[in-house]
Design a protein around this ligand. Structure first.
Ligand code: MSP
Length: 656
């Protein structure tokens, strides 16, 4: 029987010029989550990552370290595989190195074929070279005399070179992009590439004679093949292009290629044109994700602001880091990394929302049901259908989000279910039901629903978190690992499972438990506008923040115009990780309020909610947006809650 097409996903292959940082981990963890998701859905997955080992930059680094290039990369690549990717749970199927024998064979074969068919010719290259990006530029493409991709200085190069005749494919490439709206994602990157094509496509220099660390040009050993031409072909090698045994046909083309936004051009213009020249199908989707920033700046090895993923794992655990990276930044946008926002995610989402749900549920089953999950029975009231119904919706929503590569949206959906389960505990108050023996069936239903929701959550979370799902299941007395996404359908817990209470899933991070906290905070919040650390108007329970407030007269209080409003829209501000831009209707008009509640609320959960706003606060500009007011919120520890009227009131109602 013919096997289905392999679901093939790739990450860029990383330069082993220094140890990798959480920016690289971000791409790789995202690809890993997608690979794990597709495996759960029953796809035959090929997930490839690797290392891009040739080129001038590596040769220079090796020379500085007084090592041969191969020795130099061997050590770093070894470290990337283990402990880095191993610790982060990267479940790749192949780690490809551009020094692997099958890759060298593929690169030379492709070069020769393109040469034979006239797509590669010899000439002289004169132009500019960006060493950190290993990219060639003509004078007209430079921006202020610097590399248009990364803004760093470029060097003048003049040498005999082989050229790839890309120019002749310009029109075909443009037509392809126009005819395949999903090929380049997100759409903003697609538009950038279309205008790049319109500005003209020059033939690409694809060999260097001034360098020996690379793959030799077949028949002309004075030249080595340009590192990007070599690197892009890794995706063919890893799919088995060198061994024609039918495997390649089943794998090709890639379903998803994840790349950072600065290398989208290589992957959506140069790479597909090579494939067109080889008469091969183009990838289904190339997704250009954003960068992790420190303040306003891209995190990068060369800028010296890199954060080491292993240090973070040591401090907070692997699942906390995976969760933070996948959840915090909407996939496709840039996002600020701060250790403070990481700790907030751990305390609020993981320790509080998820961890407490598990410990409350298991404690109640122990107390009220002799430590065994009750058997499923008919729902007692409408409210008992809330979790099963929501679980069915979330099952579809997570799947849809993952098919659209929207990882952080997928996790947000799972959290709808987790938060609804916490609310269900409050609404159904099992401790009250337990007081009346007649309420036994109701109590059993409630406890079953909670345990089953947690089981469903363990399945839904398993592409993203690698140790937590099993811990949840162990505590619920489930011994089998998660095998299929269909297990996330509600109602499969049999009942009778014996609860095994364990350690809290995520211990809360207390300020005092992170002694180097102040330093790391300084290091990781560089360049932030101090106004942006301002939250909404809060009453803080942190004694450090409490200021003594003297008595005020009623006339002072009356100076504050407090009104009820409704949030109509809520958006993330790409450049500010703590802020949300809210459109609030105050009874008369819509006003924009920029509020520091991003770490506590997802934008979509706010829409439609009533709030109390300070209507006569002098407007202030935050991140370029004029903010006209402030919302009232209260906080205790890490929990922050917006203050809302206990009954719905007409917008504009005065609060006094
Ligand atoms: N070797 C090339 C890729 C060749 S693929 C055929 C390369 N390597 S890299 O090591 O410089 O970068 C690899 C990937 O890491 C890129 O997609 C890049 O965007 C990503 N990141 C590097 N720094 C990053 C952040 N600060 N944030 C998010 N991704 C980051 O380019």
């Amino acid at each position: 029987m013919q096997k289905n097409k392999t679901w093939y996903i790739t990450t860029p292959i990383y330069y082993p010029s220094a140890n990798l940082h959480i920016g690289h981990a971000y791409t790789t963890i995202a690809a890993d989550a997608m690979a794990r998701f597709h495996r759960l859905c029953g796809d035959d997955v090929l997930f490839v990552t690797g290392s891009d080992e040739h080129g001038q930059k590596i040769a220079q680094k090796a020379a500085e370290a007084l090592r041969t290039p191969k020795d130099f990369v061997d050590e770093i690549v070894g470290f990337i595989q283990d402990p880095l990717w191993k610790t982060l749970g990267i479940s790749y199927d192949r780690f490809i190195r551009t020094t692997d024998a099958d890759h060298i064979e593929v690169v030379q074969r492709v070069f020769k074929q393109l040469m034979d068919q006239g797509d590669i010719y010899k000439g002289t290259y004169e132009g500019w070279y960006c060493l950190p990006d290993e990219s060639f530029w003509t004078e007209s493409k430079l921006v202020d005399g610097k590399c248009p991709d990364c803004g760093r200085p470029v060097e003048r190069v003049r040498q005999e070179s082989y050229f790839f005749a890309m120019g002749r494919y310009q029109q075909r490439m443009k037509e392809y992009i126009l005819a395949h709206p999903d090929f380049i994602q997100p759409p903003s990157r697609r538009n950038e590439m279309l205008s790049f094509l319109d500005s003209g496509l020059e033939d690409l220099s694809i060999s260097r004679s001034s360098l020996s660390w690379g793959i030799r040009v077949p028949g002309d050993p004075q030249h080595v093949i340009y590192v990007w031409f070599d690197a892009l072909l890794n995706y063919l090698t890893a799919a088995g292009y060198s061994s024609p045994n039918g495997q390649f046909e089943r794998i090709w083309p890639p379903d998803v290629q994840l790349v950072g936004k600065e290398i989208v051009r290589f992957h959506t213009i140069i790479w597909p044109i090579i494939l067109m020249a080889l008469n091969l199908e183009l990838p289904e989707r190339v997704f250009g994700h954003g960068w992790l920033l420190i303040g306003e700046t891209k995190m990068s090895k060369s800028l010296g602001n890199a954060v080491d993923p292993l240090e973070l794992v040591e401090k907070y655990g692997v699942d906390a880091i995976r969760y933070y990276l996948l959840r915090e930044v909407p996939f496709g946008s840039d996002g600020n990394y701060t250790e403070e926002s990481l700790r907030l995610r751990i305390n609020v989402d993981l320790a509080n929302d998820l961890g407490n749900l598990l410990s409350r549920t298991t404690a109640m089953i122990n107390r009220f049901a002799d430590g065994q999950v009750p058997f499923l029975s008919a729902p007692c009231r409408d409210i008992d259908c809330v979790l099963p119904n929501l679980a069915a919706q979330v099952y579809d929503d997570v799947k849809n989000a993952m098919h659209r590569l929207l990882i952080s949206d997928a996790i947000t959906q799972i959290y709808r279910l987790i938060r609804a389960a916490n609310k269900y505990i409050e609404d159904r108050s099992p401790w009250k039901l337990a007081k009346d023996p007649k309420s036994r069936p109701e109590l059993n239903t409630v406890l079953y629903n909670l345990a089953e929701t947690l089981r469903v959550v363990s399945v839904l979370l398993s592409p993203f978190l690698i140790t937590t799902p099993e811990k949840i299941r162990n505590q619920l007395g489930i011994t089998e690992p998660v095998r299929s996404y269909r297990e996330a359908l509600f109602g499969q817990l049999r009942g009778g499972e014996k609860i095994e209470r364990g350690e809290p899933l995520f211990p809360r991070i207390e300020e005092s438990s992170t002694p180097d906290n102040e330093n790391s905070r300084d290091r990781n919040t560089l360049g932030r506008n101090p106004r942006e650390t301002m939250g909404p108007m809060t009453s803080s329970s942190d004694p450090k923040e409490e200021r003594p407030i003297g008595e005020i007269g009623i006339e002072d209080f009356q100076k504050i115009d407090l009104r009820v409003g409704t949030i109509r829209e809520a958006e993330i501000i790409a450049s500010a990780d703590r802020l949300l831009k809210l459109t609030v209707f105050d009874g008369e008009r819509e006003r924009i309020i920029v509020s520091g509640i991003r770490a506590h609320y997802e934008p979509q959960e706010l829409v439609g909610h009533q709030v109390v706003l300070v209507a006569n606060l002098k407007p202030v500009k935050l991140r370029g947006i004029m903010s006209e007011g402030m919302l009232l919120a209260g906080s205790a520890g890490d929990i922050l809650s917006l203050i809302a009227p206990a009954r719905t009131l007409a917008e504009g109602a005065r609060v006094k």
